[in-house]
Design a protein around this ligand. Structure first.
Ligand SMILES: Cc1cc2nc3c(=O)[nH]c(=O)nc-3n(C[C@H](O)[C@H](O)[C@H](O)COP(=O)(O)OP(=O)(O)OC[C@H]3O[C@@H](n4cnc5c(N)ncnc54)[C@H](O)[C@@H]3O)c2cc1C
Length: 391
């Protein structure tokens, strides 16, 4: 039996951050992971250049049954703190969309930085390590195919269910349940929608078309790129709203945000324009979309032949196009998981389970899910950082 002060299960973003901080305090730390490399999700994040934080990070960018839970960790490890770490290691970064920071090079540089920091903090890492059993006697006993480890503190940093193809598993939730902690409902988040059968027949030929739109559902609204796929809708605005969508909800898309299309109809009417509606709309939308949208929503005819009521109805439909998705895609394509360890079970200051001394949870395994834009990784860094001060 090998004894350590701290065993961390999961060498992802939050586990590595926790290991570094705990190691810096002089604790003997072992990180174990069933994957063959550390930080596999970091490596593929942000399309390979890792949107590692967002300088506008605020608790309102997170979804949780308790929206206040994340506040303490976010205030103690702010985007500036992660940026300082990058600057110390000479990792170059840039702001892309407002607030979203990406590596100028590749996500690999962040992984190398975490490796260096963990080496400096004398953290030991065992990869390809499969956990067979976890139990608590006086201390935690972790049985693996690399031997049995005993530790005073156990940190569960196994992430959640999204992207099982690179090692995501439900182990963290199962360990929580084993120790009697509640886990809230788990659902794919930041995930594409799948059309209903009828919409699929109509819109699947638009696959590959992308527009700038605004999308609304359950009092949330996002503007950005909307991509038609062969199965449904994707793109940043869709991924954002998917985290707020519930089964049976309708989403409302403004196909022409910021464009006074009714004013344009009236102007063309005054000019006695005989252009067909779908041709007119092709001036603002991809022509294939305009054609199919008109065919499925209105009767396309020359613009000067619509009466005032019809013009208003069409303008309203274009700004409020209603779609009822059948469902979302599953965890294989979801960038995050909604739900997780019930925050009522944890201290927001330390991430330690209130009912099990020495048992900590960090990152995505907790019921805290960020919006798209660097928030999920920031939550991983921040929750790992605070747990590392106590574990
Ligand atoms: C394609 C994609 C792109 C993304 N891009 C971004 C982005 O640009 N910005 C952003 O903020 N967020 C992004 N995210 C989300 C972000 O990567 C995660 O929220 C974050 O990595 C979670 O950190 P974590 O430490 O909780 O878990 P993870 O980073 O997932 O780490 C969990 C670790 O635990 C290990 N593990 C799991 N189960 C077991 C087990 N049974 N035994 C042993 N080890 C186990 C895994 O191998 C893994 O190494 C993206 C996610 C995906 C899928």
């Amino acid at each position: 039996m090998i004894k350590k002060d701290v065993v961390i299960i999961g060498a992802g973003a939050s586990g590595m951050m926790c290991a570094i901080e705990s190691g810096k305090r002089g604790r003997s730390v072992l990180v174990i992971d069933h994957a063959d490399k550390i930080g596999k999700k970091i490596r593929i994040s942000g399309g390979g250049s890792c949107n590692f934080t967002n300088i506008n990070t605020h608790s309102t960018n997170f979804i949780s049954n308790n929206p206040h839970f994340c506040k303490s960790a976010l205030s103690r490890f702010a985007p500036r703190d992660f940026i300082s770490l990058l600057e110390k290691h000479g990792v170059k970064y840039e702001e892309r969309d407002p607030g979203q920071l990406f590596c100028q090079g590749s996500a690999e540089e962040i992984i190398r930085m975490l490796e260096k920091e963990s080496n400096n903090a004398a953290v030991e890492i065992i990869l390809n390590c499969h956990i067979m059993d976890v139990k608590k006697e006086d201390s935690f006993i972790i049985s693996t195919d690399h031997g049995i480890f005993e530790s005073e503190s156990l940190v569960i940093a196994t992430g959640a269910l999204s992207y099982p193809q690179i090692g995501a598993s439900g182990m963290g939730h199962n360990i929580a349940k084993q120790f009697g902690l509640k886990v809230t409902e788990l659902k794919p988040a930041l995930v594409p929608f799948i059309f209903s059968r009828t919409d699929s027949l109509i819109f699947s030929e638009l696959s590959g078309i992308s527009i700038d739109g605004t999308i609304k559902c359950n009092k949330m609204e996002f503007r950005g790129s909307i991509l038609f796929t062969h199965r449904g809708l994707s793109g940043p605005a869709i991924l954002q709203i998917s985290s707020y969508w519930k089964d049976g909800d309708t989403i409302v898309i403004d196909l022409l945000p910021g464009i006074d299309i009714l004013g344009i109809f009236i102007e063309r009417q005054l000019n006695k324009s005989k252009i067909d509606m779908h041709n007119l709309l092709s001036e603002f939308l991809p022509s294939r979309l305009s054609k199919i949208w008109c065919a499925s929503n209105i009767q396309s005819k020359p613009v000067n032949q619509y009466n005032e009521k019809e013009r208003k109805t069409i303008a309203n439909q274009l700004h409020n196009w209603e779609i009822k998705p059948n469902t979302t895609e599953d965890f294989k394509t979801a960038e995050a998981t909604l739900g997780g360890i019930d925050t009522k079970e944890l201290s927001s200051k330390t991430m330690e389970a209130k009912s099990v001394k020495g048992l900590y949870f960090t990152g995505e395994v907790i019921d805290v899910t960020g919006q798209l834009g660097g928030y999920n990784l920031h939550w991983a860094w921040a929750s790992g950082f605070v747990a590392g001060q106590y574990a």
